[in-house]
Design a protein around this ligand. Structure first.
Ligand code: F0G
Length: 467
């Protein structure tokens, strides 16, 4: 079938290839049963197109591989840590930073330093690891994203924004229980949707009014800055780098997973202006992660991060990146697969709730659909619905559920070509065509926190897998 949309020109060529194992449906059936119907439990060689995450799965450049070779493994004060310092200071501009092995380590340290039982932390939408780090310390993560975020067809340009009125009211009512505020850019759990600079300015002003520090979850800050340049007219002539500076100048610190917009396989940062917080965080880091010059990473990883941070703000690359995500979104939409619009920065989100209206949230429609995508075409996606996002609020004791049941097709950076994504589109179309035969799932066993990583599932009605 002909493709209606133009796939973007890749601003790179392939120098090294990685083998993909081709599997049959029978092999996949056996593998997924063994994995307890949890895509996280699958051996990667049973996956043909891996869209589980864009985190740590991108292709490093020749310059980054050269950085690995150049990595200085000195325990303290390595040349690689000096290179990291230059990149970090160039992009973020906070007074202090600490390297961590990945984003959640930075979140864990921040939560340990600032949170106590009964606290509330507002954000647009906390990602699962951030929410878990807050919950694990007796706090409650509160999501205050704009209403448009819950409507997959609302084409507002900044569906990751915080609802400013609700945010203001929230701080007015609860400010004594709020140690810090957050905003996630882009809003991963809400479709990879961007947050506008106008919104970050308003969040900043309200935080100032109540004297609360603001931390940016900056995992995909470069993609967010690219959207600001495209969609917020005031900034169309700004560089992505200067937009990033403006974003970070409005915050008191940030958590960062370098596995996303720094295009490395491992790494993270905790950034802040406050001297006392820095001292406390440094002690935590030394206890758990490592000395502040390497923070749980090898010198070579630090070096690759220093290079990747600069590549991540290259506007030719960012244009290709956003266009590839849009291409997948448009192809799926044109062929009748309900997707969250407009496309986000790192992934396309399929609206499982719309495809399986006969499966209630309590029977995990997005989990079910993600398993069908695997069985049909060997495509590994991730559920972002009631399995991943629901939790019992320590504050109210009530079950908090997400507004949408989504499956996310995350696109690893610089990794897959048009024909790979064509296969993904054909797989999704085949599933939509037999959607009424697909039923719900049940959880067989699950841990208390972050259950999507290790829970085991089964079909509610086992006959459907043979349709
Ligand atoms: N914040 C956001 C918005 C994220 O997307 C992630 C990770 C983290 C924090 C934690 O970073 O993995 O380095 O510890 N997201 C990955 C994903 C896992 O698939 O979206 P990490």
């Amino acid at each position: 079938m002909g493709r209606g949309n133009q796939h973007p020109f890749e601003p790179f060529r392939i120098k090294m290839v990685e083998h993909i194992s081709l599997t049959t449906r029978e092999e996949r059936q056996e593998a997924i049963e063994k994995a307890g119907f949890n895509l996280f439990n699958l051996p990667a060689d049973k996956v043909m197109i891996d869209m589980l995450t864009d985190s740590g799965t991108g292709a490093m450049s020749d310059e980054q591989w050269a950085s690995l070779m150049r990595g200085d493994e000195s325990y303290a004060g390595s040349r690689s840590s000096q290179r990291l310092k230059e990149s970090v200071n160039r992009i973020f501009g906070f007074k202090h930073y600490l390297p961590t092995h990945q984003g959640r380590a930075a979140e864990g340290i921040l939560a340990t330093c600032l949170l106590k039982k009964g606290d509330l932390v507002p954000s647009n939408t906390h990602f699962d690891t951030t929410a878990a780090n807050i919950l694990a310390r007796g706090g409650t993560p509160t999501n205050l994203v704009v209403e448009a975020s819950a409507d997959p067809n609302d084409l507002s340009p900044f569906k990751g924004n915080i609802d400013i009125d609700r945010f203001h009211q929230f701080l007015e009512e609860y400010h004594e229980r709020v140690p810090f505020c957050m905003v996630t850019v882009t809003n991963n759990a809400g479709g990879g949707q961007p947050v506008s600079l106008a919104n970050i300015e308003s969040i900043h002003n309200i935080c100032q009014e109540y004297n609360k520090p603001l931390f940016i979850d900056a995992c995909r800050y470069a993609e967010n800055a690219w959207f600001i340049k495209q969609r917020e007219p005031e900034y169309e002539d700004w560089t992505v780098e200067s937009i990033a500076h403006r974003m970070f100048s409005l915050a008191d610190g940030a958590t960062f997973s370098a596995k996303k917009d720094a295009i490395v396989n491992i790494g993270g940062l905790l950034l802040m202006n406050d001297d006392k917080l820095y001292e406390n965080a440094k002690n935590e880091l030394i206890m758990r992660e490592g000395f502040p010059s390497y923070g749980g990473l090898a010198g070579r990883d630090i070096d690759a991060m220093a290079t990747g941070l600069i590549e991540g703000i290259d506007e030719g690359y960012l244009s290709y990146r956003a266009s590839q995500v849009k291409w997948l979104h448009d192809e799926l939409k044109d062929r009748g697969v309900p997707v969250l619009s407009p496309p986000g920065g790192h992934a396309v989100y399929i609206d499982a709730g719309a495809i399986l209206p006969h499966v209630p949230a309590s029977e995990f429609p997005a989990q079910s659909l993600s398993i069908e995508m695997y069985l049909e075409g060997g495509v590994r996606s991730v559920e972002i619905g009631s399995v991943m996002m629901s939790f019992i609020s320590p504050d109210t004791g009530e079950l908090v559920t997400p507004p949408l049941e989504l499956i996310r097709l995350a696109i690893p950076r610089r990794t897959y070509t048009e024909s790979h994504l064509c296969h993904v589109v054909d797989t999704a179309v085949a599933i939509v065509e037999r959607a009424e035969l697909i039923g719900g799932m049940q959880i067989i066993e699950a841990p208390e926190f972050l259950r999507h990583f290790s829970a085991r599932f089964d079909w509610l009605n086992r006959t459907q897998t043979f349709c």
